[in-house]
Design a protein around this ligand. Structure first.
Ligand SMILES: O=C(O)CCC(=O)C(=O)O
Ligand SMILES: [Fe+2]
Length: 342
């Protein structure tokens, strides 16, 4: 007998088929082919993206138009090179709270951080580096960065930004908003950052599967992720943690907290985490779509009516960042909730 969860999954799958979306081989996550996004297939693709954001909080993107060489030069190339840099070079970029606001003088083109397990025998579980898309502008200030590194980062972040804008427009359209709503309201002058993650293989004596990045939602509008060779990302779907097995060159888009706000909770931010086995190192890259520092965030007026009162008040991105602590689900948004709302 199928459980209520199974029935819900089936209902969602049926609906997916009706919007013409393909489902991943493991059967639970929509795969959207965005090749025709600028052509006559656009309305259908927009519908698929909207459906995925509303019911799954995620979708896999294929045919995303980031050239394969640009993609590989960054993911397998620059990213791997960086984590292999000598210790003292990486430590020059050490930032205890990456992604936090800093005064501009102390700003680094790369913010490097390490996470350890807690407890007595703390061991390294993740190395993380945020790289600014303006990295080329820092060339004179940071001569220790090899030019080939920042060239590869710049090429990738330029292409990734195009994808991010195109998906952002499609998401706005799927909500019935102006196509450029996110771009105009939130992204003018924003400094795009890409993140590189390195999860070292675990020691044999560790348990088979280790949680190396705990449950969280992203404090972004959307996050675009990809991984190299080794899987490990899990997303929460219908109350169950599901493994995401991304194919090479595919991207996965996750809805973030700020999309939850601007859509007035029509699209909710998606809890996810990373588990790895002890066998192999894992690399992943992420493009975080973050607003400009002083952008104001609020539910779009078009999505508010008597049946859907505003759930959040207006706040600046800076205020939001001051409240960000990695939290399970969207708890960090509670301070911005309008108390009378559901
Ligand atoms: O490494 C991954 O696959 C996920 C990383 C992640 O969740 C993040 O950077 O916020
Ligand atoms: Fe995340």
């Amino acid at each position: 007998m199928s459980s209520p969860t199974d029935q819900l999954k089936l209902a969602n799958s049926d609906e997916l088929v009706s919007v013409g979306v393909e489902i991943s081989a493991d059967g639970f996550i929509p795969v959207v082919d965005v090749e025709g996004l600028q052509g006559p297939r656009r309305p259908q693709i927009v519908k698929q993206i909207g459906h995925a954001c509303q019911h799954y909080g995620a979708f896999i993107v294929k045919n995303h138009a980031i050239p394969e060489t640009v993609f590989n030069n960054f993911l397998g190339g620059a990213t791997m090179d960086f984590f292999r840099w000598p210790e003292q070079e990486k430590l020059k970029f050490y930032t205890p709270k990456p992604g936090k606001f800093d005064n501009t003088e102390s700003r680094k083109p790369i913010e490097y951080f390490r996470a350890y397990t807690t407890g007595e025998n703390a061991s390294l579980v993740r190395e993380l580096a945020y790289v600014s898309c303006l990295i080329g502008d820092y060339a004179n200030l940071w001569p220790s960065i090899p030019p080939s590194f920042w060239e590869r980062v710049t090429d990738f972040s330029t292409s990734a930004k195009r994808v991010e804008f195109a998906l952002g427009e499609a998401i706005c359209e799927s909500l019935g908003l102006e196509r450029d709503y996110i771009k105009k309201k939130l992204l003018s002058n924003h400094e795009q950052k890409v993140a590189m993650n390195f999860y070292p293989a675990r020691k044999q004596e560790d348990s088979e599967l280790t949680c190396v990045l705990r449950d969280h939602t992203d404090p972004t509008i959307i996050t675009i992720l990809s991984e190299q060779n080794v899987h490990g990302l899990q997303i929460l779907h219908d109350g169950e943690w599901m493994n995401v097995n991304l194919s090479p060159n595919h991207l996965i888009v996750l809805t973030g907290d700020l999309l939850q706000v601007l859509s007035n909770r029509r699209y909710k931010s998606l809890p996810h985490r990373v588990h790895v086995t002890c066998e192999k190192d894992r690399l992943s890259i992420a493009t975080y779509c973050n607003p400009s520092d002083y952008a104001t965030i609020e539910p779009a007026k078009e999505l508010i009516d008597n049946d859907h009162p505003a759930i959040y008040k207006k706040f600046t991105y800076r205020e939001f960042k001051d409240n960000v602590e990695l939290a399970v689900d969207d708890a960090r948004l509670n301070v911005f909730k309008i108390t009378a709302a559901a």
